[in-house]
Design a protein around this ligand. Structure first.
Ligand code: NAD
Length: 482
């Protein structure tokens, strides 16, 4: 029988990991590199098991699992291995006249014992990618994968235990009760990926211990299609970014399309044509699409689709099979803006298209809604791109493609407002798990009497001039001219 994870287990776990951290186990460059290399070995030796777990949990096609989970992780680990020395090196900082003579640097120090809570939709990528950051930055870490992807969760627990240093890296499997026990502990950072509803619970638990958080949340990511676009490529990329990424169950998946009334019939026709080319006449039979994760999510999506004034707006798809947890790619045109499908994150294979009179109205719809994790614009119009970049607030924006910014490690990945706080990927992951410690080096040379009592008007003037770095005034005071 599996032993229940209880309050004392959570306390013991953190105590044990803190002991390792305090003993310096995780601090050295060699330890960090050794753990990262082990993560690489997991990717190399167990890719087929990972692919099979993802198939069990989500019916994820092999290509998506191998590329969007394992290959992206390999990239992330290799980058960390290549750049870790640079990341760990202190950054020289300039000093000012006030502290002259002195030198200064910014030291990246590990935070301590951190908790990573991840989601079910990309269970390997979203679990291991933050762990790469935590280890690179020299922390001890506990990972809590999502219970909604149980095959992936148990494989993660098995492999991390088998390969990594268990005195400093652990996996706790479980659902709400286990996570609640973990959240009662004092962590030095909590990195959470999931919905904004649970994000609020995480932040409240963190506040009790003044624990900083990274919240990688979701939201409704809009896609704007301008008429000045290459429509064939536009539509192919939208399909690949929606149904070709875990069947719309992705945080930066296109949630809805905005285009003009005039252009929308062309968009709909092109979508139908390319969808059929990708998934055939009967997409319910396609092996190239994930299924819906579970019956709760299937019912949630069905409810969205069956709402009044929504069900009659389907122009393509709409087929469902609850036993197989399959919903066909479904396009709807001009559903009400206050319907459930336009108010909540869809996170599935439904795609509403909203048509408006012009770009001004389109921009207004985006700006009147909570800030999304991603916003996309397809256009060849440079001026429009500039306006979009300057006026639309989102975690990230991409022109003429979907989701690809996620694979650029020099770009921070994270949300703003309702879509989250903090970011990671590449060096941003290292920074997310580091404290930037200010270190100032002074010697005993140049001990100026003006900073010590008894105070005088002359000292006051000189100190003010020094603090303001006003060289002219310093000379005037020193020469008795002020
Ligand atoms: P979720 O919030 O249901 O679950 C995520 C994690 O939270 C799981 O590990 C789960 O065990 C834990 N959890 C659930 N209920 C909890 C509770 N009451 N107390 C403490 N912990 C609890 O999210 P999800 O359904 O797994 O993921 C979907 C959401 O995540 C979507 O909104 C999506 O956009 C977002 N997401 C964001 C990113 C990103 O990188 N920004 C990536 C993937 C998913």
């Amino acid at each position: 029988m599996v032993k229940l994870f209880q309050a004392a287990d959570a306390t013991d776990l953190v105590t044990e990991l803190r002991r390792s951290f305090d003993a310096g186990v995780t601090r050295g460059y060699e330890w960090r590199v050794a753990q990262l290399k082990k993560l690489l070995l997991i990717c190399d030796n167990h890719e087929s098991e990972i692919v099979s777990a993802l198939h069990d949990d989500l019916g994820k096609p092999e290509l998506e699992s191998s590329v969007y989970e394992v290959a992206l992780l390999r990239n992330s680990i290799n980058l960390a291995l290549k750049q870790l020395k640079d990341w760990m090196a202190p950054d020289k900082a300039k000093t000012s006249l006030t502290t002259f003579p002195a030198s200064a640097e910014i030291v990246s120090e590990p935070l301590g014992v951190v908790l990573v809570i991840s989601a079910w939709n990309y269970p390997f990528l979203l679990s291991i990618d933050p762990v790469i950051g935590a280890i690179s930055a020299g922390n001890a870490v506990v990972l809590k994968p999502s219970e909604l992807a149980p095959a992936s969760s148990s494989l993660l627990a098995k492999l991390l235990e088998q390969y990594l240093d268990s005195s400093a890296v652990r996996v706790v499997e479980g659902a709400v009760p286990e996570t609640t026990l973990l959240l009662e502990q004092k962590w030095d950072k909590i990195f959470y990926t999931g919905s904004s509803r649970i994000g609020r619970i995480i932040m409240m638990a963190a506040a009790k211990h003044l624990t900083p958080v990274v919240l990688e949340l979701g939201g409704k990511s809009p896609v704007v299609i301008d008429s000045d676009t290459n429509l064939k490529i536009t539509v192919k990329r939208i399909i690949a970014g929606k149904w070709g990424c875990n069947n719309g169950q992705a945080c930066i998946s296109p949630d809805y399309i905005l285009t003009t009334k005039e252009f929308s019939p062309k968009v709909v026709d092109a979508m139908k044509q390319e969808l059929e080319a990708f998934y055939g006449k009967n997409p319910m039979e396609s092996k190239d699409m994930s299924r819906i994760v579970n019956s709760n999510h299937f019912d949630r999506l069905s409810k969205m689709l069956e709402e009044n004034e929504v069900s009659d707006k389907i122009v393509y798809g709409g087929q469902k099979n609850r036993d197989k947890l399959k919903i066909a790619p479904t396009i709807l045109v001009d559903v009400p803006l206050d319907s459930q499908i336009m108010s909540e994150e869809i996170f599935g294979p439904l795609l509403p298209i909203i048509t408006l009179n012009n770009m001004e109205e389109i921009f207004d719809v985006i700006r009147s809604r909570p800030k999304p994790l991603a916003a996309y614009l397809f256009t060849q119009n440079q001026k429009l791109k500039e306006r979009f970049a300057m006026t639309v607030s989102a975690g990230g924006i991409v022109f003429n493609d979907i989701a690809v910014h996620l694979a650029v490690p020099t770009l921070p990945f994270g949300g703003v407002g309702e879509s989250g706080m903090g970011s990671y990927h590449g060096k941003f992951s290292f920074d997310a798990f580091s404290h930037k410690k200010a270190v100032l080096y002074k010697s005993f040379i140049g001990d100026a009497a003006i900073r010590y009592p008894p105070y005088s008007t002359g000292k006051l003037r000189l100190l003010k001039a020094l603090v303001n770095s006003n060289i002219v005034e310093i000379f005037r005071v020193l020469l008795g001219l002020s």
